[in-house]
Design a protein around this ligand. Structure first.
Ligand SMILES: [Zn+2]
Ligand SMILES: [Zn+2]
Length: 243
C-alpha cells in the first residue's frame, strides 16, 4: 500500500517529460520523454511505399514491396522507428502490455512529426480495432489511444471505421506472413461510411503488413479513396527479417 502511495506521489511530482519513460532517470529537457541513452534513432532511409527501414540508401523499395507491392491496399505507410531496436520494442511493450498510457502521448507525438514530413492529405483518422474480448482483457486499445493523441495534435477528427469480429486465439506475432493473412481473413467489419474519403490508419507496429493491408482492403472495398498508414515502429525491409 505504502509502495503504491509512494508511486502515486512520484507520478504527481514527476509528471510526463521530466523522467525518462524507459529508465526513469531525470531528464533536463522537458520537450523529450526519453533520456539520450534511451532515445531510439529515427529511420533515415525507408521504403518509399511502406516506410520499412532500409540499410541501403540507394534502395527505393524494400524487398517485400518489390515482391508484393501490387497486393498492397494502402497507398503509403511510414513510421519513425525500427521495431528491431530493443528500445523501440520496450516502448511498444509498455503501452501494449504494461498499461502505461502516458507512453502513448510520447509515441503519438513522434508519429505526428513524421506525418508532418509527408504530403499526405486526409479527411479523418481511424485506427486498427481490437476484438471486444481483447479489449476486456487489456482494458484499452493502444492504437485508439495513439490515434486520439495524433488527432489532438493535428486537429483532425478520429472516427472508428472498423470493428474486429474474429478473435485470434494464437499470438499473431508468432505466425508467418501467409499464416497471418489467412488468420486475418474475415476479421474486420466496416461500421462507418468511408466512400470517397482519404483516411489515416493508425496502428502501433507494422511488421508483416498483413493487418494494415486487410483493414485497408475492407476500407478500399467500401470505396475509401486513399489510405495512409502511420505506426510507431516498422520492420526492416529485408525478406525473412520482418521483425
Ligand atoms: Zn532513459
Ligand atoms: Zn516496402
Amino acid at each position: 500500500m505504502f509502495k503504491l502511495f509512494k508511486k502515486t506521489i512520484a507520478k504527481l511530482v514527476y509528471p510526463d517529460g521530466l523522467r525518462c519513460l524507459l529508465c526513469d532517470k531525470e531528464i533536463p529537457r522537458t520537450d523529450n520523454s526519453l533520456c539520450p541513452n534511451c532515445a531510439p534513432e529515427i529511420i533515415s532511409h525507408f521504403c518509399v511505399l511502406c516506410g520499412a527501414d532500409l540499410t541501403n540508401a540507394y534502395q527505393r523499395y524494400c524487398d517485400q514491396c518489390l515482391l508484393i507491392k501490387d497486393t498492397l491496399n494502402f497507398d503509403f505507410a511510414r513510421a519513425p522507428y525500427a521495431y528491431s531496436d530493443v528500445k523501440v520494442k520496450k516502448i511498444v511493450w509498455q503501452l501494449k502490455y504494461g498499461k502505461k498510457f502516458y507512453v502513448a502521448k510520447h509515441m503519438a507525438d513522434d508519429m505526428t512529426k513524421i506525418i508532418n514530413e509527408t504530403n499526405w492529405n486526409f479527411d479523418f483518422i481511424t485506427y486498427v480495432p481490437i476484438h471486444k474480448k481483447r479489449l476486456k482483457q487489456r482494458g484499452y486499445n493502444q492504437s485508439k489511444l495513439l490515434a486520439e493523441r495524433i488527432g489532438e495534435n493535428l486537429k483532425i477528427k478520429v472516427i472508428p471505421t472498423l470493428i474486429k469480429i474474429k478473435h485470434m486465439q494464437t499470438n499473431a506475432t508468432k505466425l508467418g506472413r501467409m499464416e497471418r493473412i489467412k488468420a486475418l481473413s474475415g476479421s474486420f467489419k466496416r461500421i462507418t461510411s468511408v466512400r470517397g474519403k482519404r483516411i489515416l490508419l493508425v496502428d502501433d507496429v507494422i511488421t508483416s503488413k498483413a493487418t494494415a493491408n486487410e483493414c485497408s482492403r475492407i476500407l478500399k472495398e467500401c470505396r475509401a479513396k486513399e489510405i495512409y498508414v502511420i505506426t510507431y515502429a516498422t520492420s526492416k525491409g529485408i525478406i525473412n527479417k520482418l521483425y
